[in-house]
Design a protein around this ligand. Structure first.
Ligand code: ASC
Length: 560
């Protein structure tokens, strides 16, 4: 850090109370988890180098809570990562816990619950980090707009969790609505005039009124877009407007122009939008589902060219989402994402390669997702405490496999559908360069392979490449890897029947989750844990790990 930046860095204090409350995200009244009576939660805005303090009171009364700061690497503060059972104990009802961490890198981020399925109950908000005082972005814009995308189910997360854990399994189905900044319309459309058979929304409740994005003609806007969906993969387009992608997951990318962007759960982007269209009209911003047969209507927002009234209906119909299974369209977008010049390149070689086969399986009469045929279950005592104290009970005797059988046919349902539960903890050496190959496969049903966005905590990784079918690690696969300008990200997608190769340096001691960002899939075991140089973790605050076996050990005089 340069001295003038350090001097300007600020402490930013927030006081939050988390509670259940009645809310109508899509005009149907349900219970959401709100923060300070708001849904989505308040936006945190800071400058790179600032320290965020969130004094968080849990007013949920009968359940714990934690908050994960998605995309913030928590360098040196792994106990602030907000992952229940991994980095900290869930905060008990009526208790207060203070998150304290540095936002070291500018970018578009968000925060969300990371305990059970609380994210899907609406526990999320935006976290935006501007460049440090005196620094400049490498692209120019006149104004900024922020869209936090999510999906919404009418069933409570408690019902959803029971369904997913039931024997036999009950799938939760598709979300009822898509939300933009927490607002959607379930049984009516704002664009009924353009949508045969749809009912025009009547005077709407403020909580579900469409988002209006006011713009001046002939200006350039930075549109920040992040997705915290539970299930849905999304596509965003703006009638008649092109967009230029400039940032992905808090890292600048080589700018490229598109008509629409795909955005998977856990992703964030900045796109530049120039308001160069007929200024007498407004335009629809449309967000639709992809990668799964869409049973959820698109979400709409209004790009409001001032001085037109916001209520002036756009002349054009909302842009249509590409066909849900047009994977070539999705791949074309994803493959175009390259690092902006100046981004640090990856190390030329790796010290270790971990290959992770993603399969859907059966376990004890239920349905699970597994990695190398082991489905992740989380412990009662958070790893950060139990591994730091070296508690014998922390890990099972056997470590998970580094690879999967070369003979595995990724195009067919598993021949042995049965799986077992395990901790899926990989122990990483300090500063090791680690390659991870995520391998997709056929699910339990024939001819089904789904898209999974994987999110890594504590790090950005370089996305080295993608391939079709089974990864073999041979010369042909190696040739698909990009070591020249791979983008740095914290979330990467695996396409159906394909693989994705990532590289990162284990330079941030801590215990970090790495998992599918689809909330029901994580609940069904689709993840692993990286225990990275835990002996080098600094002094863990007692209040982060005063539960389970760590609490007992601390009471017996052990020191963290
Ligand atoms: O995990 C999932 O389960 C269902 C289906 O595969 C079984 O009902 C589905 O669509 C998922 O994504």
């Amino acid at each position: 850090a340069r001295p003038h930046c350090a001097a300007a860095a600020k402490a930013r204090h927030f006081k939050w109370e988390i509670s259940n409350m009645f809310w109508s995200p899509d005009c149907e009244e349900k219970v959401v988890i709100g923060i300070n009576g708001q849904f989505p939660g308040p936006t945190i805005r800071a400058r790179a180098g600032d320290t965020i303090h969130v004094e968080l009171k849990n007013a949920l009364h009968t359940e714990g809570v934690v908050i994960h700061w998605h995309g913030i690497r928590q360098i040196g503060t792994p106990w602030m990562d907000g992952t229940a059972a991994i980095s900290q104990c869930a905060i008990n009802p009526e208790e207060t816990f203070t998150y304290r961490f540095v936002v070291d890198k500018p970018g578009t981020y968000f925060y969300h619950g990371h305990y059970g399925m609380q994210r899907a109950a609406g526990l999320y908000g935006s976290l935006i980090v501007d460049v440090a005082e005196g620094e400049e972005e490498p692209f120019k814009y006149d104004g900024e707009l922020n869209l936090l995308l999510s999906d919404w189910y009418h069933e409570s997360i408690h019902t959803q969790m029971v369904a997913l854990s039931s024997k036999p399994f009950r799938w939760i189905g598709e979300p009822q609505s898509l939300l933009i900044n927490g607002r959607g319309q379930f049984n009516c459309s704002m664009a009924a005039a353009h949508t045969p058979g749809a009912t025009q929304c009547a005077a709407v409740n403020r909580q579900c009124a469409p988002v209006v994005l006011p713009v001046q003609p002939n200006k350039t806007y930075r549109l920040r877009v992040a997705s915290t969906t539970s299930l849905a993969s999304l596509n965003l387009a703006i009638g008649n407007h092109k967009m230029t992608v400039v940032e992905a997951d808090g890292n600048n990318v080589d700018p490229f122009a598109v008509n629409d962007i795909d955005i998977y759960s856990g992703d964030s982007y900045s796109v530049l939008l120039t308001t160069d269209q007929d200024p007498s009209s407004n335009y629809w911003v449309s967000v639709g589902v992809r990668g799964r047969p869409p049973r959820t209507a698109p979400a709409l927002a209004v790009l409001n060219y001032r001085p037109n009234r916001a209520s002036k209906l756009p002349a054009l119909a909302p842009p249509a989402t590409p066909a849900w299974d047009d994977y070539e369209h999705s791949k074309a977008f994803t493959y175009r994402i390259r690092a902006r010049a100046g981004t640090p390149p990856p190390p030329a070689t790796a010290d270790r390669r971990i290959e992770l086969l993603n399969t859907q399986n059966r376990m004890d009469g239920g349905t699970r997702w597994s990695i190398n045929n082991v489905s992740m279950v989380l412990p009662a005592t958070p790893y950060l405490g139990s591994l730091k104290l070296g508690l014998k009970s922390a890990l099972a005797a056997a470590r998970p496999a580094e690879t999967f059988s070369r003979g595995y046919d990724v195009r067919q349902p598993p021949t042995n559908p049965n799986t077992t539960a395990g901790d899926n903890v990989y122990v990483l050496a300090h500063n090791a360069t680690v390659d991870v190959v995520l391998q997709n496969a056929n699910a339990l049903a024939r001819n089904v392979s789904e898209t999974h966005p994987w999110h890594l905590h504590g790090h950005d990784f370089w996305v080295l490449g993608y391939g079709e079918g089974a990864y073999r690690g041979d010369a042909a696969d190696e040739a698909r890897l990009n070591l020249r300008d791979p983008p740095l990200r914290n979330t990467a997608v695996i396409f159906p029947y394909g693989w994705t190769a990532l590289r990162f340096v284990a330079d941030n001691p801590g215990v970090w989750a790495f998992h599918c960002h689809i909330e029901p899939h994580l609940h069904m075991g689709m993840g692993v844990v990286f225990a990275e140089a835990v002996d080098r973790v600094g002094k863990v605050p007692k209040e982060a790990v005063s539960c389970g076996a760590t609490a007992s050990a601390l009471m017996n005089g052990d020191h963290l």
